[in-house]
Design a protein around this ligand. Structure first.
Ligand code: ASP
Length: 342
């Protein structure tokens, strides 16, 4: 007989944990420890569910690395007691948070499933119930007596994704997330089907390593036609700046004007790490494919390939925080660490 899995549900905030006050029409947080009263179906799941909530749940717009560490420390302190973890968060910055958590855990051998909802749990048409129930079922899925999944995922509207491949694509539709450059890890229909070919191989018998240092000195610089020298210069000359996510056009292209090329060169010479990430929703940077990315390649900027901006932010903060030596930094960033890029 397989053992009954223990699942820890961590509520950080967001719409999923809110109810509508029908008198005032405003959304307010409810006591998450009473979740089973709101969703009695949770009692029917074949697992033991324990809940823990941030003392003060936050809107995910207020999410930051301090909270990333808080979530990680909850999981770290309960890692041996539970078979899987479900993290409930607001959707707005969920892809950033879940990407960051994926870098924080090395040798993860248990599932960490992020989910949330577009409508509050108390709403008649809520998507919260399905998202929550299935996320718990996924976290509780076992292979033999061990968890089937050993990576950080995001489950939303019937689809399971690798978290660090996701991006929020809609404020309106229930299908709020997408993973444009990587296949779904699973899908929920009449049956819960996993895409076994793309699930990360679970690392067993390796010590869990947890990294908690994130450097704050990075910026996202999104190019647009007509961006001027003063703007680019003032961004690249920010005091203590250590990293830049340069959101380029198409397959990694940027203006070839002399002033732009020189500013980029100057920044890389000062050992500011510049990562080339495409503004396109899907596809990859191909450095040097067009003449309009050759100057970036020559300046030594980092190829972000098909990474999402969300994941690039987390990875850049993480690798700078880890104090990777300058001469190996480019290679470290261009190497997939948690399946975040091809
Ligand atoms: N503003 C909310 C948040 O991200 C939206 C949501 O939960 O979906 O916290």
């Amino acid at each position: 007989m397989t053992k009954v899995p223990n699942i820890l549900l961590i509520y950080t905030g967001g719409t999923i944990g809110m109810v509508k006050d029908y008198k005032s029409n405003a959304l307010k947080a409810f006591n998450f420890n009473q979740i089973k009263n709101k969703i009695p179906e949770l009692n029917l799941l074949e697992c033991n569910i324990h809940t823990i909530s941030f003392d003060e749940p936050i809107d995910s717009s207020n999410m930051n690395p301090k909270y990333w560490v808080q979530i990680t420390e909850i999981i770290e302190s309960q890692y041996d007691k539970f078979d899987g973890f479900v993290v409930l968060s607001g959707t707005d910055t969920m892809s950033y948070t879940a990407s960051a958590i994926s870098f924080m855990f090395e040798n993860l051998s248990k599932p960490v499933i992020f989910t949330g909802s577009q409508l509050p749990i108390g709403d008649l048409r809520t998507d919260a119930k399905e998202n929550l129930i299935t996320a718990i079922q996924i976290a509780a899925t076992q292979k033999g007596d061990l968890p089937k999944i050993g990576e950080v995922c995001l489950y939303f509207e019937y689809k399971l994704y690798r978290a660090n491949r996701t991006t929020k694509v809609s404020t309106e539709q229930f299908e709020a997330f997408n993973s444009p450059n990587f296949p779904k890890l699973g899908e929920s229909g009449v049956h819960l089907n996993f895409n076994n070919n793309v699930l990360k191989k679970v690392v067993r018998n390796k010590k869990l390593i947890i990294r908690k240092n994130f450097d704050a000195n990075i910026v996202i610089l999104k190019l647009f036609p007509g961006i001027n020298k003063e703007v680019v210069k003032s961004i690249l000359e920010i005091t203590n700046l250590k990293g830049v996510i340069l959101e380029t056009y198409g397959a990694g292209n940027a203006p070839t004007s002399k002033w732009f090329t020189e500013l980029i060169q100057k920044a890389t010479q000062k050992n500011i790490y510049i990562v080339n990430v495409t503004q396109c929703i899907s596809g990859s940077v191909i450095l040097g494919h067009y003449e309009t990315s050759n100057h970036l390649k020559k300046a030594g900027i980092i190829n972000g390939k098909d990474i999402t901006t969300e994941s690039a932010v987390a990875k850049l903060k993480y690798l700078i925080g880890e104090k990777i030596p300058v001469n190996t930094f480019k290679k470290a960033f261009e190497t997939p660490l948690r399946g975040e890029m091809n």
